[in-house]
Design a binder for this molecule. Structure first.
Ligand SMILES: NC(=O)c1ccc[n+]([C@@H]2O[C@H](COP(=O)([O-])OP(=O)(O)OC[C@H]3O[C@@H](n4cnc5c(N)ncnc54)[C@H](O)[C@@H]3O)[C@@H](O)[C@H]2O)c1
Length: 248
């Protein structure tokens, strides 16, 4: 039986760590050639090399700041030069910072929006420029903070909500191009980002054991949305949160 992503090429951003690394692993295990794009070039290359060794697919590790339009174009150009096609983009790289509403500066806001929103938009534009006639899939890793949030993280919550809106716009404009776009809303996932969260340390946000999922839980949802099993699913959101959003 052939693997479901055999012959397809995926870019995963922020893939040197946490959820992005698990998504890259899952897509490679299912046969995709994978571009591991991350701010940290060294770890991106190391993850790419390890994936190729474990799964026998072709990989490329690239240093790329998703908030820098020229670096995003260069990343996609390198993908096209190396693999000659682009089928799946997972906009996973994210930045989360914490201040009160009285403390945020315009530069703080712009720094978060640049990575969490514009980064996804830059890659979306590249998808429309480079995905072929068969189209492709874009998956935006937003957050439960797109729909409910906590104190001290207004730019992050606003960027993730806007990312869901970008997903809808992409789905609408993508219909004629066979480009599907969906957003995944992870809840609390066991990664370095979760445990750096000062709201957890201060008690502003509380979690119980059942609220914490694994990066592989998000990767499984991404693999489904990227697959042909989801061919009629576009413009929507999928929460991967163990039911956290459902409770009062
Ligand atoms: N961990 C959670 O609980 C959780 C919950 C909801 C949403 N998310 C989202 O999931 C995504 C991944 O988070 P994670 O928990 O795996 O974080 P992480 O800190 O473990 O990994 C993030 C990766 O993104 C990279 N990165 C950061 N800024 C970048 C940039 N400008 N360009 C390219 N790469 C960049 C980092 O180098 C790192 O490798 C983020 O978008 C985050 O907002 C995480």
């Amino acid at each position: 039986m052939s693997l479901r992503f055999a012959g397809r090429v995926a870019i995963v951003t922020g893939a040197a760590s946490g959820i992005g690394a698990a998504i890259a692993e899952r897509l490679a295990a299912d046969g995709a050639d994978v571009v591991v794009a991350d701010l940290q070039a060294g770890p991106a290359s190391a993850v790419a090399t390890a994936l190729a060794g474990r799964h026998g697919v072709r990989t490329l590790g690239i240093g790329c700041d998703v908030g820098d339009e020229a670096q995003v174009s260069a990343c996609v150009a390198a993908t096209m030069t190396t693999f000659g096609r682009l089928d799946i983009i997972v906009n996973n790289a994210g930045l989360m910072t914490f201040k009160t509403l009285a403390q945020w500066t315009a530069d703080d806001w712009l720094a978060v929006l640049r990575v969490d929103l514009l980064g996804a938009d830059f890659f979306t534009q590249q998808a429309f420029l480079h995905m072929g006639e068969a189209g492709g899939v874009i998956i935006n890793i937003a957050s439960v903070h797109a729909v409910e949030t906590s104190a001290n993280m207004a730019p992050y919550a606003a960027a993730k909500a806007a990312m869901v809106s970008l997903t809808r716009s992409t789905a609408i404009e993508g219909r004629d191009r066979n480009i599907r776009a969906n957003a995944v809303l992870p809840g609390a996932i066991d990664t370095p980002m979760l445990w750096r969260n000062p709201n957890l340390r201060s008690g502003v946000e509380t979690l119980d054991r059942r609220d914490v999922g694994q990066p592989e839980d998000v990767a499984a949802a991404v693999a489904f949305l990227a697959s042909d099993d989801a061919k009629f699913i576009t413009g929507t959101t999928l929460a991967v949160d163990g039911g956290r959003l459902a409770k009062l």
